[in-house]
Design a binder for this molecule. Sequence first.
Ligand code: MLT
Length: 353
Amino acid sequence: MTQQEDREEMALTRATVRKPPQKLSSPSFFNLPIHPGSAISAKDFSAAEVRRILESADALEKENPMRRANRLAKRRVALLFYESSTRTRTSFELAAKALGADTTLVSSLSSSIEKGESLKDTGITLKALGAECIILRSPYSGAPYLLARATGLPVLNAGDGMAEHPSQALLDLRTILQFLGIRSSAVTEKTLRGVTVTICGDILHSRVARSNALLLPQLGAKVMLCGPRELLPEYAAGMGPGIVVERDFEAALRQSKIVMMLRIQAERLAGLQVDLDDYRSRYQASAERIVKHAPKALIMHPGPIIRGLEITAEVADGLQSGIAQQVHNGVPIRMALLERALRGDKARKGGGR
Ligand code: MLT
């Protein structure tokens, strides 16, 4: 070795020795910014953002299916479902496919989740496999925030515990606007002024109630929460502006253009006892009650319906029912959310639509 080579090797060794030890994981790794294309809480949507989503849903619904299928061609969307679902899962999947995306379903019963894999590791795995967007349903409130921070991917909340179900609130809103004959382009903070929406049932455990109660007042609606004390604590009125509690269902019906019924979430009652006969007698949407107190109202329900408990078959299948329309609206709204999550990337980088 020449003297020069000797000096170079010593310098290299010093540099190597002085280099701080490599960390196996960066402490900031778990704290990535939440992707702006995410849809986690209804409270994140301003009236202007809601209008854009509704207009996009209208345009995508009308678009030629062949053209529409190019929008997200070959983009990879993962559906990560830790709870069962019929409407939400199917409509997200159909929406992604209608835009040309490739989808994969990971459910807690047929994956490594069953072996105890954490949400964080599952998310990182899906990202490493090429997922560009994750649709998450979880029994844990707040799980979508954790997944969004761990992956940096757009996360669409398909229901987290008792917290939120923002895409349901958006499709409910589309159904309400259609019923009232209001165009998406007319949506502002005042659009639903003078409209009372009653949400009746198991408010305490309902993410649908929470997302609607956060979204509808942003457009000026009054939300009247209705139910017995054990399923609707008094403090629920403090959730946000424009929310009131009314224990008398018939009084609520008389004031409402829109009536949203909810099932009792048996899987979340955790030992809480509800007297079902008493519940039916006070809170069931029966034909007699609806004809007498809300003969012109739109009757909604996010499903699953427990016929004969919170709503009778006659009302669920009757002329005032908007339930099938709510289900129908799931696909256009979820197409709009997926496009916002994935195409939004290009728009944000200057690619546009
Ligand atoms: C939900 O996932 O929250 C449903 O859409 C409503 C329900 O389960 O009752």
